[in-house]
Ligand binder design. Structure first.
Ligand code: FPP
Length: 233
């Protein structure tokens, strides 16, 4: 890879698992299983390249409205990877953090998430945020209510602290696979100046080289944050 500016924080909207599977005449669950494998591969590569924070959208608040069989299959996948195959996640050498309201998840899954965070808390290679039952609008409403309940006025920075991502730096780059061009309620406040990258590649087929291309594309962009070129202000 040529000399590049690396994003510190990348978000992934891992879309296209179901379609990837259906095109292969396989059930959607097959796509979700391939999706987790690919998540491990792509996160590993991102951290190897030097990215410090990765945030994955593993389950949106709206995903819970899918047919119960599909929701159950996703829960089963969480049970497997946060539970008996947890070593596969821990091998990444990064700290895990859960973002979202996990209360509707099965209790054993919630428990294994607590263990995953505890077991990885001293890991140094980076931070992997897993968004589960996460929705940005819900997050913003919750933060607003927290400020109101505390009788506090907020500014941009103190409001950000009340969000579920707390004091984490905002994502520099969000990559969405699967061909749709929208954020689907992902990190709406945090993404105000995030560079967005959309690809038609379905998530299970998104490769290490695709990640590098997205980063190269990011690196070639000029981030002005509403300012003009060359200004130091
Ligand atoms: C969107 O694809 C993807 C999801 C709803 C789930 C993504 C979850 C994973 C990749 C698994 C995460 C697992 C762990 C253990 C963190 P889609 O089903 O909407 O695909 P489609 O748009 O083709 O139907």
């Amino acid at each position: 890879m040529k000399e590049i500016v690396l994003p510190v924080h990348i978000g992934f909207i891992m879309d296209g698992n179901g379609r990837w599977a259906q095109r292969r005449f396989r059930p959607r669950a097959f796509g979700h299983r391939a999706g987790v494998q690919n998540m491990l591969k792509i996160c590993e590569h991102a951290f190897e390249l030097g990215v410090r924070i990765v945030t994955v959208y593993a389950l949106s608040t709206e995903n819970l409205r899918r047919p119960p069989e599909e929701v159950e299959e996703l829960f089963e996948l969480f049970r497997t990877y946060f539970g008996k195959k947890r070593a596969r996640l821990l091998e990444l050498g990064v700290k895990f953090n859960v973002v979202g309201d996990v209360s509707p998840l099965p209790e054993d899954v919630q428990q294994s998430l607590v263990e995953l965070a505890e077991e990885s808390k001293d890991f140094q290679k980076g931070l992997l945020n897993i968004c589960l039952n996460y929705g940005a609008r819900q997050e913003i409403v919750r933060a607003t209510n927290a400020a109101v309940a505390a009788g506090r006025f907020v500014d941009e920075d103190s409001f950000k602290e009340l969000l579920m991502t707390g004091d984490l730096p905002d994502p520099d780059l969000i990559i969405r696979t699967g061909g749709e061009v929208r954020l689907s309620n992902f990190l709406l406040y945090q993404a105000a100046y995030t560079e967005l990258y959309f690809t038609d590649r379905m998530w299970p087929a998104f490769s290490r080289r695709d990640l590098e291309k997205a980063i190269e594309n990011f690196s070639a962009r000029e981030r002005r944050y509403g300012n003009v070129r060359g200004s130091k202000a």
